[in-house]
Design a protein around this ligand. Structure first.
Ligand code: PGA
Length: 262
């Protein structure tokens, strides 16, 4: 994991009622001691953010939005403006593959969201990753480049340090049941590509300081192997983050690894 800050992010997706989310937060709160490293970020569904923002101990957990509209207000029925989330969250997930492929968000939408989050001092967690077909066709580097450029295109040099990148190969997400996990070697190569591309766009210092996470079917058993990959600074966890034992075990393993590396 090295010297960069480590992040463990729980993406609860469309799970838990507000009451369940609140109970789950207090369970996690009892089991996970406060500490800034790794930084634990919880991404509940939008409806739970208000309640959880009042309940959460921010020294222990930060909150992230899973989605938002980039405009500050307007006639957008059913949407939640990033401006309305200000004060509730410190981070926001942008460009998750489920948003890209199920809800047809394109790079222009994602770029607007990254810029909107930064405008409101909310740190964007930009998700990027190739599909199985793109990987088979040898297009991984090109896709990664397009998604980085697409998402970060409007970000100034001043703000770039606030962004976090999550590499999530689309083919490796939600595969807990049919077991086709990404191999550490496959991830290491792409994480290198990401850092090289960041270096070309923003310079060496930014590339060295940028936290790059891995996400895609991480569980208690695989977490350590992913965390040990050179250049990986944490994890974005979906399914396994919904189970307290699994999630706490992953955080504990991260802490152990940090102790060992010291
Ligand atoms: P998963 O989800 O851990 O269930 O594969 C990760 C994600 O979609 O962010």
């Amino acid at each position: 994991m090295g010297t960069r800050k480590t992040y463990i992010i729980a993406n609860w997706k469309m799970n838990f009622s507000v009451g369940e989310a609140s109970l789950y937060l207090s369970r996690l709160g009892k089991r996970l001691p406060a500490g800034r490293n790794p930084q634990i970020i919880l991404a509940p569904s939008t409806v739970a953010l208000q309640a959880l923002s009042l309940q959460v101990d921010r020294r222990q957990f930060k909150l992230a939005a899973q989605n938002f509209h980039p405009r500050d207000f307007g006639a957008f029925t059913g949407e939640t403006a990033i401006a309305q989330l200000k004060g509730l969250v410190d981070f926001a997930i942008v460009g998750h593959s489920e948003r890209r492929y199920i809800f047809q968000e394109n790079d222009k939408d994602i770029r607007a969201k990254v810029a909107a989050a930064l405008r409101h001092e909310i740190r964007p967690i930009l998700c990027i990753g190739e599909t199985a077909e793109e990987r088979r066709n040898g297009e991984t580097s090109a896709v990664i480049y397009d998604q980085l450029m697409g998402g970060l295109g409007d970000v100034s040099r001043e703000d770039i340090g606030k962004a976090i990148i999550a590499y999530e190969p689309v083919w490796a997400i939600s595969t807990q049941k049919n077991a086709h996990p990404a191999k550490p070697g496959e991830i290491e190569a792409v994480v290198k590509t990401i850092r090289n591309q960041i270096e070309k766009l923003y310079g060496k210092k930014t590339a060295e300081e940028m936290s790059v996470l891995y996400g895609g079917s991480v569980n208690e058993d695989s977490a350590l192997a992913y965390l040990k990959i050179d250049g990986v600074d944490g994890l974005l966890i979906g399914g396994a983050s919904l189970i307290a034992d699994q999630f706490c075990a992953i955080v504990e393993k991260t802490r152990e690894l940090q102790r060992d590396e010291r």
